[in-house]
Design a protein around this ligand. Structure first.
Ligand code: Z5A
Length: 209
């Protein structure tokens, strides 16, 4: 069987990943491709429980290392149960966040050296890397304003602007190093323009498939 395609969506808070994931799924559907839609942390029973601990258990204080390892514990399960089986079956996987987020949040923002993250990435993922990553980039304040419309902030949303600035810079630095895979989309534009940018990138990616 042919290997499918692994597409991830990344970005800071309120950048529009969830909104645009729906658009990407519909675009693929119209082009005749069924996509498996999933998210991190999460995507499996175990992953969703780990997500609950990571995002919503404000009474639990954890070190950056514990946070990183919990992300990868959820990821190992997600890869084994959802991502690899779908790719092996030739499907497209659309995933809301993946390992670039670990580099941005636990690496750039919390300070864990990238080389250490790379070791765990290699162990947990072996040769699995996204084929394409859509990075939604928006200035911190605008993103936080959009996200702030929601009720209770999660554990990450309680961090300050400097934290989110480091997240943004790490994402952009990774995109500069891997411009073929990580495509930066200006998410401060009107939604219709963002959608057009996604459609153009998907068109190109599907063409080369
Ligand atoms: N995390 C980590 O630390 N390490 C890891 O390895 C992984 C994750 C995998 C959960 O992620 C947290 O996990 C995340 C990083 C950490 N924490 N943070 N921050 P999440 O993806 O579930 O949560 P999130 O980043 O907070 O997502 P979000 O705030 O829901 O943002 P979004 O999905 O990018 O945005 P949205 O919900 O699509 O849009 C927000 C609002 O803006 C909404 O009302 C939209 O209608 C509006 N919007 C979107 N686009 C536009 C445009 N273009 N114009 C105007 N309005 C717009």
């Amino acid at each position: 069987m042919s290997r499918g395609m692994f597409i991830t969506l990344e970005g800071g808070e309120g950048a529009g990943k969830s909104t645009n994931l729906l658009f990407a799924r519909q675009w693929l559907q119209r082009a005749g491709h069924e996509a498996v839609v999933t998210r991190e942390p999460g995507g499996t029973d175990l992953g969703e429980r780990v997500r609950e601990i990571l995002l919503h258990r404000h009474d639990l204080h954890m070190s950056a290392e514990s946070e990183l390892l919990l992300m990868f514990a959820a990821r190992a399960e997600h890869i084994a149960k959802v991502i690899r089986p779908a790719l092996t079956a030739g499907k497209i996987v659309l995933c809301d966040r993946f390992t670039d987020a670990s580099y941005a949040y636990q690496g750039g923002a919390r300070g864990i050296p990238a080389e250490r993250i790379a070791m765990i990435e290699q162990w947990v993922q072996a040769d699995l890397r996204p084929d394409l990553t859509l990075l939604f980039d928006v200035p911190i304040v605008a993103g936080r304003e959009r996200a702030g419309q929601r009720s209770e902030p999660d554990r990450f949303e309680r961090e300050n602007n400097d934290f989110f600035q480091r997240v943004r810079e790490t994402y952009l630095a990774r995109a500069a190093r891997e411009p073929q895979r990580i495509r930066v989309i200006d998410a401060s534009q009107a939604l219709s323009k963002v959608e057009q940018a996604i459609a153009d990138i998907l068109e190109e990616a599907m063409h080369g498939r």
